[in-house]
Design a protein around this ligand. Structure first.
Ligand SMILES: [Mg+2]
Length: 123
């Protein structure tokens, strides 16, 4: 649960990281806002991540339907995706930074081998 010291910590984070924040700093700060039960770890953020990704898709869908492009609304949903991603990574005991770096290493390796296009996890 979020307590008074967490709120004070948020004030600190908000000022300290206004300019730049590392992925691990974000993951640590985001963890202080997690209120799901420990017995729901991994499952709760995985489901939340899927739901928020759906919200991103829904905002883009409505852009197609209504012709109104609201990039700030989409960005807010991407923030929710980021929160659940960070929470899921934390529950898996993996630093968000390591996931991001590993993903870039995979993509640049594919690019260097001319395999950036196409499909399949193990290109
Ligand atoms: Mg959302």
């Amino acid at each position: 649960m979020i307590n008074e010291s967490d709120l004070e910590a948020w004030s600190y984070y908000n000022e300290a990281y206004k300019e730049k924040m590392s992925m691990d700093q974000y993951q640590s700060a985001a963890a202080k806002t997690a209120i799901y039960k420990s017995e729901h770890s991994i499952l709760y953020p995985a489901l939340g991540l899927a739901g928020e990704a759906g919200e991103v898709a829904n905002k883009v869908k409505k852009m197609l339907r209504d012709g109104n492009f609201d990039r700030h609304a989409i960005a807010a949903e991407i923030g929710d995706v980021l929160w659940y991603t960070a929470a899921l990574a934390r529950d898996l005991n993996v630093d968000l930074h390591d996931i991001a770096l590993g993903n870039l290493e995979k993509l640049y390796d594919r690019k260097s081998r001319g395999k950036i296009g196409g499909s399949g996890d193990n290109r």
